[in-house]
Design a binder for this molecule. Sequence first.
Ligand SMILES: [Zn+2]
Length: 205
Amino acid sequence: MIPGRAATAQEANEIVKWSVDRWHGRVWSKDQPEMRVLGDLLSVVAEIRGFRLNVTDFLAEFATTIGPFIYEPSDLSPDERISVIAGHEVEHVHQFWRDNLSFLWGYVTRGEARAKFEADAYVAGFEVNYARFGELPPLAEMRQHVRGAYLLSVEEEAFAQRIYEVRAVGILDEEPWAFRPYSQVSHDLIAHMHLSYPDLMARKA
Ligand SMILES: [Zn+2]
């Protein structure tokens, strides 16, 4: 296998724009007053539930999507932007348009629903990376990310991990250039990139 090369900033801009437009989303900088308010609010909720949430990390490192609006932190690399923004966060935009209020309500009030939405978004992000580099992130990384960040109980966290594992095991049986993505968002994005940016994608040696 020949892995895809790293994307340039310009390519990442075009690819993120393509995916966001395709699913009718909008990207803003994470550095907005409402994100500070949300960060403060989440840290209070987290504390009540026995988690810790660092507001500075929340603003600097985590992209956040609310409805069709993606709030992007400033320090993602071009390759991270492609998997995190064009993949993971756009999957949340798709979930919002597909499920509307039941998505927003379920996401906020039900840990189990939040676990499912997050696991599906992770799948979208890692499918994009698998198609580009033929590798999946280690399970430990996903665990690390899910724990605490989404205020999930131990059971809900395990549920998210199971969704991720099932998909990860399935994908590893298939070639990076010939698998059928589970996520419609990553399916469309990968097809677009094969067509317009073939050297960013993994291919047969
Ligand atoms: Zn997410």
